[in-house]
Design a protein around this ligand. Structure first.
Ligand code: MF3
Ligand code: CO
Ligand code: CO
Length: 251
Protein backbone atom coordinates (compact mmCIF):
# COMPACT_ATOMS: atom_id res chain seq x y z
CA UNK A 1 0.00 0.00 0.00
CA UNK A 2 2.85 2.43 0.79
CA UNK A 3 5.47 2.01 -1.90
CA UNK A 4 9.12 1.96 -0.89
CA UNK A 5 11.18 3.71 -3.55
CA UNK A 6 14.22 2.02 -5.05
CA UNK A 7 17.52 3.81 -5.65
CA UNK A 8 16.68 4.72 -9.25
CA UNK A 9 13.35 6.23 -8.19
CA UNK A 10 15.01 8.06 -5.30
CA UNK A 11 17.54 9.64 -7.63
CA UNK A 12 14.73 10.87 -9.88
CA UNK A 13 12.85 12.22 -6.85
CA UNK A 14 16.01 14.11 -5.82
CA UNK A 15 16.14 15.78 -9.23
CA UNK A 16 12.44 16.67 -9.23
CA UNK A 17 12.67 17.97 -5.66
CA UNK A 18 15.68 20.09 -6.49
CA UNK A 19 13.93 21.65 -9.48
CA UNK A 20 10.86 22.48 -7.36
CA UNK A 21 13.11 24.18 -4.79
CA UNK A 22 14.94 26.09 -7.52
CA UNK A 23 11.58 27.21 -8.89
CA UNK A 24 10.53 28.70 -5.54
CA UNK A 25 13.89 30.47 -5.29
CA UNK A 26 13.50 31.74 -8.85
CA UNK A 27 10.20 33.50 -8.12
CA UNK A 28 11.10 34.72 -4.61
CA UNK A 29 12.37 38.13 -5.81
CA UNK A 30 9.06 38.72 -7.63
CA UNK A 31 6.85 37.94 -4.64
CA UNK A 32 6.40 41.60 -3.74
CA UNK A 33 3.78 44.29 -3.31
CA UNK A 34 2.03 45.18 -6.60
CA UNK A 35 2.53 41.86 -8.40
CA UNK A 36 -0.42 39.69 -9.37
CA UNK A 37 -0.57 36.03 -8.52
CA UNK A 38 -1.21 35.33 -12.22
CA UNK A 39 2.16 36.91 -13.04
CA UNK A 40 3.85 34.58 -10.52
CA UNK A 41 1.96 31.65 -12.06
CA UNK A 42 3.22 32.56 -15.53
CA UNK A 43 6.83 32.91 -14.34
CA UNK A 44 6.57 29.43 -12.82
CA UNK A 45 4.99 27.92 -15.93
CA UNK A 46 7.80 29.23 -18.14
CA UNK A 47 10.62 28.25 -15.77
CA UNK A 48 9.20 24.74 -15.36
CA UNK A 49 8.85 24.24 -19.10
CA UNK A 50 12.35 25.48 -20.01
CA UNK A 51 13.76 23.03 -17.47
CA UNK A 52 12.07 20.14 -19.26
CA UNK A 53 9.42 19.61 -16.61
CA UNK A 54 5.64 19.85 -16.33
CA UNK A 55 3.58 21.86 -13.82
CA UNK A 56 1.72 19.17 -11.89
CA UNK A 57 -1.22 21.31 -10.68
CA UNK A 58 -2.31 22.33 -14.21
CA UNK A 59 -5.38 20.25 -15.06
CA UNK A 60 -4.90 18.10 -11.93
CA UNK A 61 -8.49 17.18 -11.08
CA UNK A 62 -9.40 20.16 -13.25
CA UNK A 63 -7.24 22.74 -11.44
CA UNK A 64 -6.92 25.63 -13.92
CA UNK A 65 -3.40 27.02 -13.24
CA UNK A 66 0.22 25.89 -12.80
CA UNK A 67 0.72 26.77 -9.11
CA UNK A 68 -1.43 27.44 -6.04
CA UNK A 69 -1.37 30.93 -4.51
CA UNK A 70 -3.15 31.23 -1.18
CA UNK A 71 -3.47 34.72 0.32
CA UNK A 72 -4.28 35.52 3.99
CA UNK A 73 -7.38 33.54 5.04
CA UNK A 74 -6.98 31.19 2.08
CA UNK A 75 -5.69 27.88 3.46
CA UNK A 76 -4.70 26.18 0.19
CA UNK A 77 -5.57 25.69 -3.50
CA UNK A 78 -5.90 29.42 -4.22
CA UNK A 79 -6.13 30.00 -7.98
CA UNK A 80 -3.72 32.56 -9.45
CA UNK A 81 -5.56 35.58 -10.85
CA UNK A 82 -4.79 38.92 -12.53
CA UNK A 83 -7.19 40.43 -9.98
CA UNK A 84 -5.19 39.29 -6.97
CA UNK A 85 -2.49 41.91 -6.51
CA UNK A 86 -0.23 41.41 -3.50
CA UNK A 87 -0.25 44.30 -1.06
CA UNK A 88 1.73 45.24 2.03
CA UNK A 89 0.43 43.34 5.03
CA UNK A 90 -0.54 40.23 3.08
CA UNK A 91 0.83 36.76 3.62
CA UNK A 92 0.83 34.43 0.62
CA UNK A 93 1.61 30.75 0.28
CA UNK A 94 3.09 29.72 -3.04
CA UNK A 95 2.84 25.98 -3.61
CA UNK A 96 4.73 24.54 -6.60
CA UNK A 97 4.87 20.99 -7.88
CA UNK A 98 6.89 19.88 -10.90
CA UNK A 99 6.99 16.57 -12.75
CA UNK A 100 10.49 15.81 -14.01
CA UNK A 101 11.21 12.54 -15.82
CA UNK A 102 7.93 11.17 -14.48
CA UNK A 103 8.52 12.05 -10.80
CA UNK A 104 7.02 14.80 -8.61
CA UNK A 105 8.67 17.44 -6.42
CA UNK A 106 6.25 19.38 -4.17
CA UNK A 107 7.18 22.34 -1.97
CA UNK A 108 5.68 25.57 -0.67
CA UNK A 109 6.50 28.58 1.44
CA UNK A 110 4.49 31.42 2.94
CA UNK A 111 5.89 34.85 2.05
CA UNK A 112 5.29 38.04 3.99
CA UNK A 113 4.53 41.09 1.81
CA UNK A 114 5.82 44.45 3.07
CA UNK A 115 5.11 45.20 6.70
CA UNK A 116 3.02 43.04 8.97
CA UNK A 117 2.30 43.13 12.67
CA UNK A 118 4.83 41.13 14.73
CA UNK A 119 1.99 38.82 15.80
CA UNK A 120 1.62 37.86 12.13
CA UNK A 121 5.34 37.41 11.39
CA UNK A 122 5.63 35.30 14.58
CA UNK A 123 2.71 33.22 13.33
CA UNK A 124 4.31 32.61 9.92
CA UNK A 125 7.69 31.71 11.45
CA UNK A 126 5.99 29.27 13.83
CA UNK A 127 4.22 27.59 10.91
CA UNK A 128 7.64 27.02 9.34
CA UNK A 129 9.04 25.73 12.61
CA UNK A 130 6.09 23.35 12.89
CA UNK A 131 6.99 21.84 9.52
CA UNK A 132 10.65 21.51 10.53
CA UNK A 133 9.81 19.86 13.86
CA UNK A 134 7.55 17.45 11.97
CA UNK A 135 10.42 16.60 9.61
CA UNK A 136 12.78 16.06 12.55
CA UNK A 137 10.31 13.61 14.10
CA UNK A 138 10.74 11.21 11.16
CA UNK A 139 12.99 8.19 11.80
CA UNK A 140 12.73 4.63 10.47
CA UNK A 141 11.05 2.33 12.99
CA UNK A 142 8.96 5.12 14.52
CA UNK A 143 5.25 5.58 13.87
CA UNK A 144 4.19 8.19 11.33
CA UNK A 145 1.88 9.74 13.95
CA UNK A 146 4.96 11.17 15.67
CA UNK A 147 4.90 13.83 12.95
CA UNK A 148 1.42 15.01 13.92
CA UNK A 149 2.06 14.57 17.61
CA UNK A 150 5.17 16.74 17.46
CA UNK A 151 3.52 19.47 15.41
CA UNK A 152 0.43 19.50 17.63
CA UNK A 153 2.49 19.67 20.81
CA UNK A 154 4.35 22.71 19.47
CA UNK A 155 1.42 24.57 17.88
CA UNK A 156 -1.17 24.13 20.64
CA UNK A 157 0.67 26.50 23.03
CA UNK A 158 0.01 29.51 20.77
CA UNK A 159 -3.76 29.10 20.49
CA UNK A 160 -3.46 28.38 16.77
CA UNK A 161 -5.10 25.39 15.12
CA UNK A 162 -4.02 22.67 12.68
CA UNK A 163 -6.10 22.03 9.58
CA UNK A 164 -7.43 18.45 9.48
CA UNK A 165 -9.16 18.27 6.13
CA UNK A 166 -5.92 18.49 4.11
CA UNK A 167 -2.81 16.46 4.79
CA UNK A 168 0.67 15.63 3.60
CA UNK A 169 0.90 12.67 1.25
CA UNK A 170 3.07 10.03 -0.27
CA UNK A 171 4.49 11.22 -3.58
CA UNK A 172 6.39 9.73 -6.49
CA UNK A 173 5.15 8.92 -9.97
CA UNK A 174 1.78 10.06 -8.68
CA UNK A 175 1.15 13.51 -7.13
CA UNK A 176 -0.79 12.10 -4.18
CA UNK A 177 0.04 8.59 -2.98
CA UNK A 178 -0.41 6.78 0.32
CA UNK A 179 0.06 7.48 3.15
CA UNK A 180 -1.94 10.50 4.18
CA UNK A 181 0.27 12.43 6.60
CA UNK A 182 -1.80 14.06 9.33
CA UNK A 183 -0.37 17.13 11.02
CA UNK A 184 -2.24 16.50 14.27
CA UNK A 185 -2.07 13.38 16.41
CA UNK A 186 -4.25 10.54 15.18
CA UNK A 187 -4.00 6.77 15.41
CA UNK A 188 -4.93 6.70 11.72
CA UNK A 189 -1.20 7.28 11.28
CA UNK A 190 -0.08 4.24 13.28
CA UNK A 191 2.15 3.28 10.39
CA UNK A 192 5.81 2.27 10.77
CA UNK A 193 8.23 4.55 8.97
CA UNK A 194 10.62 2.67 6.72
CA UNK A 195 13.71 3.66 4.80
CA UNK A 196 12.80 4.55 1.22
CA UNK A 197 9.37 6.03 1.94
CA UNK A 198 8.86 9.45 0.38
CA UNK A 199 6.10 11.83 1.48
CA UNK A 200 5.37 15.49 2.08
CA UNK A 201 5.02 17.31 5.37
CA UNK A 202 2.94 20.44 4.85
CA UNK A 203 1.05 21.63 7.94
CA UNK A 204 -1.61 24.27 7.32
CA UNK A 205 -1.83 26.35 10.50
CA UNK A 206 -4.75 28.67 11.21
CA UNK A 207 -4.02 31.66 13.41
CA UNK A 208 -7.41 31.35 15.11
CA UNK A 209 -8.51 28.52 17.36
CA UNK A 210 -10.68 26.80 14.73
CA UNK A 211 -9.27 24.24 12.33
CA UNK A 212 -12.42 24.36 10.23
CA UNK A 213 -12.19 25.23 6.57
CA UNK A 214 -14.56 25.46 3.61
CA UNK A 215 -14.21 25.24 -0.15
CA UNK A 216 -15.48 28.00 -2.42
CA UNK A 217 -18.78 27.20 -4.14
CA UNK A 218 -17.80 29.72 -6.81
CA UNK A 219 -14.62 28.09 -8.13
CA UNK A 220 -14.69 24.67 -6.43
CA UNK A 221 -11.06 25.02 -5.28
CA UNK A 222 -10.26 27.92 -2.97
CA UNK A 223 -10.15 26.67 0.63
CA UNK A 224 -10.59 29.32 3.35
CA UNK A 225 -10.77 29.36 7.13
CA UNK A 226 -14.39 29.44 8.29
CA UNK A 227 -13.62 32.08 10.94
CA UNK A 228 -11.75 34.37 8.52
CA UNK A 229 -8.45 34.01 10.39
CA UNK A 230 -5.09 33.88 8.61
CA UNK A 231 -3.60 30.56 7.54
CA UNK A 232 0.06 29.80 6.84
CA UNK A 233 1.80 26.75 5.39
CA UNK A 234 5.24 25.41 4.51
CA UNK A 235 5.90 22.17 2.64
CA UNK A 236 8.81 19.89 1.85
CA UNK A 237 9.04 16.52 0.14
CA UNK A 238 11.16 14.19 2.29
CA UNK A 239 12.80 10.77 2.05
CA UNK A 240 13.08 8.45 5.07
CA UNK A 241 16.74 7.44 5.42
CA UNK A 242 18.59 5.15 7.81
CA UNK A 243 19.62 8.21 9.84
CA UNK A 244 16.28 10.02 9.74
CA UNK A 245 15.34 12.13 6.76
CA UNK A 246 16.67 13.76 3.66
CA UNK A 247 14.78 16.83 2.44
CA UNK A 248 14.40 16.41 -1.32
CA UNK A 249 13.03 19.87 -2.07
CA UNK A 250 16.30 21.71 -1.50
CA UNK A 251 18.72 23.20 -4.02
N1 MF3 B 1 0.50 21.14 -4.06
C1 MF3 B 1 -0.67 20.72 -3.31
C2 MF3 B 1 -0.16 19.74 -2.28
O1 MF3 B 1 0.75 20.07 -1.59
C3 MF3 B 1 -1.72 20.11 -4.16
C4 MF3 B 1 -2.34 21.03 -5.13
S1 MF3 B 1 -3.51 20.19 -6.01
C5 MF3 B 1 -4.07 21.32 -7.08
O2 MF3 B 1 -0.57 18.62 -2.15
F1 MF3 B 1 -4.84 20.72 -7.87
F2 MF3 B 1 -4.67 22.27 -6.40
F3 MF3 B 1 -3.06 21.85 -7.70
CO1 CO C 1 2.18 21.34 -2.50
CO1 CO D 1 1.81 18.34 -1.17
Amino acid sequence: MIRIKNSVEIEKMRKAGKLAAQLLNHIEPYVKEGVSTLYLNNLCAVYTKIHGAVSAPLNYGGFPKSICTSINNVVCHGIPSANDILKSGDIVNIDVTVILDGFHGDTSRTFIIGNVDSSISDFVHRAEKAMNLGIDAVKPGRYLYEVGRTIEQYISRFGYSIVRDYTGHGIGEKFHENPQVFHHFTKANRIRLREGMIFTIEPMINMGNSYKVRTSRQDGWTVTTTDGSLSAQFEHTILVTAQGTEILTVV
